[in-house]
Design a protein around this ligand. Sequence first.
Ligand code: VG1
Ligand code: CO
Length: 541
Amino acid sequence: MTKATIATSPIEGQKPGTSGLRKKCRVFMGAHYLENFVQAMFDGIGGVAGKTLVVGGDGRFHNDVATQTILAMAAANGAARVIVGQNALLSTPAASHLIRLNKTDGGVILSASHNPGGEDEDFGIKFNMSNGGPAPEGITNAMFERTKVIDAYHIWQGDPVDLSTIGTSVLGDMQVDVVDPVAAYVDLMQSLFDFPAIAKMIKGGFRIRFDSMCAITGPYARAILEDTLGAAKDTVAHATPLPDFGGMHPDPNPTWAHELMDEMMGADAPDFGCASDGDGDRNMIVGPNCYVSPSDSLAVIAANAHLAPGYKDGLKGVARSMPTSAAVDRVAQALGLDCYETPTGWKFFGNLMDDGRVSLCGEESFGTGSDHVREKDGVWAVLMWLNIMAATGKSVPELMEDHWARFGRNYYSRHDFEAIVSEKADVLMTALRGSLDGLAGQNYGPLTVEKADDYAYLDPVDGSTSAQQGVRVVFEGGSRFVVRLSGTGTSGATLRLYLEKVETKALNLEPQAALAEIIAAAHSIIGIEGFTGRTAPDVIT
Ligand code: VG1
Ligand code: CO
């Protein structure tokens, strides 16, 4: 058992994206790849000597091996203590909670989130700060700069730590606490939601289907829904986390959670359906014959959060990512709440929550959460919906109809064009940016462009700026589309086209039909087919 310093050299491309560093698993398994990045991560936060960290991941292939490497490197870099989930498992929101609960200096989360898992699929790693939230851009940039000059890393060489048993051990001079990944999180949920009311609703025959998609939320959802709230024993489907997610693509949207969708659209559907992603921070909400778009879910939660005990005094304010629909803005306006717009990625919400400006945040990409942690939180969103339904006695379709009748409806859809050759996507974006100045006043079918720009963000709390966060084209009357390239993919480029139309009269149209004119205008302005050869998206949400 010795501490070793291993010589290495920089490896290209270790730049964190929207949510940490994500690459193919085999890339992470390459010589020095993970070690280089972990050392750069530790250096980027000013070292870990004397610090306490939380470590855990979503259980995908390589999670166990990578956790041992991180523990060995934390020990050799002088960390005082590491709190790690049993069997190296922690959902992203549970990790965020443990960082805050134990007042640690931060944590390392292993996940490629909604991307598939397995030896030939994706792996990822990110650092969360002492507030429990993802490292801001200033820190991830510092980490990236370190990866370019790294020449050595420190690692403890010895037997792996037993992570299968809850308890305390040591690795060199570092204390290792293996904890139950679920218990503290269940306590937190119980402090926020009206569990007796939800249990009563379930006892009265209310049926739930939660699809964990063979990813991390299985143990959490079972402990809460089945063991605590009394839901039937088969409520949680695909409840055992598997290294390859059982071949499932753990992205909770109508395309990838099609088993749940089929059940909810079929005869004898349960009263409530929900799903979560690989690391448990995303959620999809669906009622019988009633899919709820994530932007609408955020708005419904904003309008009803006060029904949950943890939010009974009302929200401090709300925030959404720029491409998310403005449905929540309408609620904020009606309730007199401040409403913030941020770039894509949860890291931008942290400052607003820490500063007490907002307590509810959301993204169109199936992410909703509050200031109970500093990550989006799939199980939290599910419990919020259950709490709202228990308090109002209304079904999902009834809640949606009431909501649209009161606030109007923002028809919304996202079209993803995946695996585009990166160079082609870059040429497309450059051309689009170059065309923005001439767009105002142009007509596309019945639509007239009002303004077009490339979104830039000024953080009102720390004054930092983030440029080129998505091109947006707004039409007269408020309809709009947004285009940006994904920052979470691991091969080629994914073009995301976000479409939105505000409607106060025709409230029951099919979203793709309601958006048809905007879709046509977007294709004509962007020239997707000309640049990429693609005429139709791969995934529509
Ligand atoms: C996507 C989503 C974004 C989300 C991010 C991380 O990023 O669009 O809203 O915050 O994934 O979510 P991008 O850059 O691919 O559009 V998760 O659940 O993958 O951590
Ligand atoms: Co996720």
